[in-house]
Design a protein around this ligand. Sequence first.
Ligand SMILES: NC(=O)c1ccc[n+]([C@@H]2O[C@H](COP(=O)([O-])OP(=O)(O)OC[C@H]3O[C@@H](n4cnc5c(N)ncnc54)[C@H](O)[C@@H]3O)[C@@H](O)[C@H]2O)c1
Ligand SMILES: [Zn+2]
Ligand SMILES: [Zn+2]
Length: 364
Amino acid sequence: MKITAAIAQGPDHPFAIEQIDIDDPRPDEVLVRLVATGVCHTDIFFRDLMPQPAVLGHEGAGVVEAVGSAVKKVQPGDHVVLSYGSCGTCPSCDAGAPYYCHDFGVHNASGARPDGTPTLTRDGTPLFGNFFSQSSFASHALANQTNVVKVRKDAPLELLGPLGCGVQTGAGSVMNGLEPLPGEALVVFGAGTVGLSAIMAANLIGCEPIIAVDPVAARRDLALSLGAHHGIDPTATDPVAEIKRLTGKGALHALECTGIPKVFEQAVACLAPRGTCGLIGAPPPRSTAAIDLGNLLGKGIRIRGLIEGESQIDAFIPHLVELFQDGLLPIDRLVTFYELDQINEAVADSLEGRTIKPILRMPR
Ligand SMILES: NC(=O)c1ccc[n+]([C@@H]2O[C@H](COP(=O)([O-])OP(=O)(O)OC[C@H]3O[C@@H](n4cnc5c(N)ncnc54)[C@H](O)[C@@H]3O)[C@@H](O)[C@H]2O)c1
Ligand SMILES: [Zn+2]
Ligand SMILES: [Zn+2]
């Protein structure tokens, strides 16, 4: 079937809108007509790393158009959010932790189905597709039933795509990962979609103080209006010293949501005894960080990676939809809408800090 897609052509090249071909769904696959898709910072990160040409995008939301013969989970007409892929059979998937699937790379960033066959072609030549088991910068996506989540029809579908990555990553890193108690201090480094979603979740739990660190004043202001008690500009103040001043002994919880190794070092250094730092931001390949090992040892500090907010997507994404519908997770305040053919503007606005969460609407 012919579809319209935004093709990534390399780090310094604009995305190009083209007609390409999408494969028919196999027995365990779902063809989705996308209504909209979020642009996550990870798309931009991968645009610069992936073999080109590629169809990226991994925050798709749309309506099921067709299902393979073995699909029981959804049917044509259902509203769905697409999330990350996993194998379903490895030790992590068996243990209920598909976010650490042993074959995460195969299902999310190999460019093809796990068996190596392409989902997308252009003039008969395979494109790098199946990104996060979807490649949602397109009018249609082929997903696997494991990464398709049915959502209620009264929710605004065009807003929901980011629940499949950025929002669940931030909110889930707090609710499923760090699990802070009410009254405990939590610091978020980087108030983009991920960090702001973490702040909204910490606010729902009743963490105090919640501290947002970001050099962009508008993002600190938004963080304050979403529940943060303090905003710190790291270009004006040493954030570690300021966090210690605000909290006394440091924070029990810190989340690194920038992907900058130096910021990760600050997120570890600002912790109180028994504190935990969650690493969320994707650093450049082979990054290392300098950690004061005496501080780590003496304070019982814990450091952990956090993928996709450790979200069990079939339960957590509908839960996030409920929170949004109840006015408790106002993700609409992060969003700016663009048409698919404005993708280059959306990416530029995101990189320059003008837009927090771009959502691309699909052509009808
Ligand atoms: N672990 C995962 O599963 C997962 C999932 C989604 C995204 N990510 C990654 O998380 C990170 C955040 O994603 P996003 O979409 O929110 O990105 P974003 O670019 O919107 O947000 C990053 C924020 O960091 C701020 N920042 C820059 N320098 C800073 C500094 N020195 N101190 C504090 N803040 C600083 C920026 O102003 C920006 O607001 C990215 O690296 C992305 O690739 C990881
Ligand atoms: Zn697995
Ligand atoms: Zn993402």
